[in-house]
Design a protein around this ligand. Structure first.
Ligand code: CUA
Length: 428
């Protein structure tokens, strides 16, 4: 009896707490929520969810209500008396078969309709983006504009984007909760997902995820989708089509010589044009002025806050030289074996992400770390300690490689890493 009194006293408090929690949840805005879709496909899925939830709730309340009623009404009231035993009731059985059948039909019609609509080929004028899942990063190719990028895409608002999903290794899955998803990227099979981002939405960034378990660093296989106006998109495309260029144009500089790591190289600043012979053409004024989302406009939720491991030490006071960094980048058997920088004929590797405009990306390591000097330098020095299982080798001199369980005797000094970072950051 005491227990039931207590229950009665605390029940209203419990209900109030649950309600307060529910209201608090509604008041917040969740950047990775599927409940605030910003595309036609997102809304189609959201509509089905709402409908299922609505009818599901009605069924739940009716069934559970009937169950509780029957349990109480027909319970065994005395040890000696058996409650009435009923075996079969034709009318009841027909009723509880027909009602669920009608409900299922009611749900099935819009569901099947939506499946057919969203599985149909994309409209003819769609922006095609070829998506390749890799362990653990995303490659994005824009065949219409003939460039390749990684882990970050821009899409114009109001134009349907047709993502052609493939995988280079295992099954991954493409998901941008606020826009669309999910759909698998499967080896030896091509999947499509297409949607039209709302034309009245903000110029902003959305988080994308791999949502199919794909190995060690599945949880660190993110990407970013930047929704921009058609004008901003056209301008961004101009940038992406340009070779990797060294910041804003400066006065013509005398080309350095092959051994100019001394005077010429140290005089170079991150804003100066590339001078090494292997450097591609500098950008045109239109390319230099092209659009990229300013860092100040990147919403907080799209900025990774993963701390780097303490085990990877780096002298952050070092200043790098981009020209020396570029020479290191294309040196025998180094970065260019796996990475491409468009415009540099010596950097055409395709194993790792294309780095042509890496300097303008928000994050590195597939969205795991912010793209700044401390993180990028540690990533180059010992990527395998930064992200479990990656292909990127351990490059720092004397660094412990967690995959080979050995220390790298030869390798890059901190100054050389700083030079590489200066080069990569200059590739805007
Ligand atoms: Cu790729 Cu999980």
């Amino acid at each position: 009896m005491i227990g039931s009194h207590r229950l009665r006293r605390f029940a209203p408090l419990g209900v109030a707490a649950v309600l307060a929690l529910a209201l608090a949840a509604c008041a917040q805005s969740y950047p990775n929520s599927t409940f605030t879709p910003h595309s036609d496909l997102g809304r189609s899925i959201d509509f089905l969810w709402d409908r299922l939830m609505f009818f599901g709730t009605i069924v739940f309340v009716l069934v559970e209500g009937a169950l509780i009623y029957v349990v109480i009404r027909y319970r065994r009231k005395s040890e000696d008396v058996m409650p009435p035993q009923t075996h079969g009731h034709v009318l009841l059985e027909i009723t509880w078969t027909l009602i669920p059948a009608a409900i299922l039909a009611f749900i099935a019609v819009p569901t099947v309709k939506t499946i057919f609509e969203t599985q149909a080929p994309a409209p003819a004028n769609s922006l095609v983006i070829e998506v390749y899942g890799h362990q653990w990063w995303w490659e994005f190719r824009y065949p219409e504009y003939k460039f390749t990028t990684a882990n970050e895409i821009y899409i114009p608002k109001g134009r349907t984007v047709d993502l052609v999903l493939r995988s280079q290794d295992v099954i991954h899955s493409f998901w941008v909760p606020q826009l669309a998803g999910k759909r698998d990227a499967i080896p030896n099979h091509t999947n499509h997902i297409w949607f039209k981002p709302d034309s009245n939405m903000a110029t902003t960034v959305w988080n994308g995820f791999c949502t199919e378990y794909c190995g060690d660093s599945h949880g660190e296989m993110h990407f970013r989708v930047v929704t921009v106006t058609p004008e901003q998109f056209a301008s961004w495309v101009t940038r992406q089509q340009a070779p990797g260029f060294f910041g804003p144009a400066a006065a013509p500089t005398v080309a350095g010589t092959a051994d100019s790591t001394g005077a010429v190289a140290s005089a170079a600043t991150p804003g100066a044009p590339a001078v090494a012979p292997a450097v591609g053409p500098t950008a045109s004024p239109a390319q230099l002025a092209s659009y990229v989302l300013p860092r100040s406009e990147v919403p907080e939720y799209a900025i990774p806050h993963t701390p780097f491991p303490d085990a990877v030490k780096f002298d952050d006071k070092l200043t790098g030289d981009p020209v020396a960094g570029e020479k290191l980048f294309v040196g025998a058997g180094t970065c260019n074996a796996c990475h491409a920088v468009t415009g540099n004929p010596l950097a055409v590797g395709t194993i790792g992400p294309n780095l042509t405009h890496i300097g303008s990306r928000i994050a590195i390591a597939a969205g795991m770390y912010i793209n700044d000097k401390p993180h990028l330098s540690r990533w180059i020095k010992n990527a395998r300690l930064m992200k479990s299982g990656v292909l990127m080798p351990t490059l720092g001199k004397g660094q412990y490689d967690p995959q080979t369980k050995a220390t790298t005797p030869a390798g890059l000094s901190d100054q050389q890493v700083a030079d590489l970072v200066a080069y990569l950051q200059a590739l805007k």
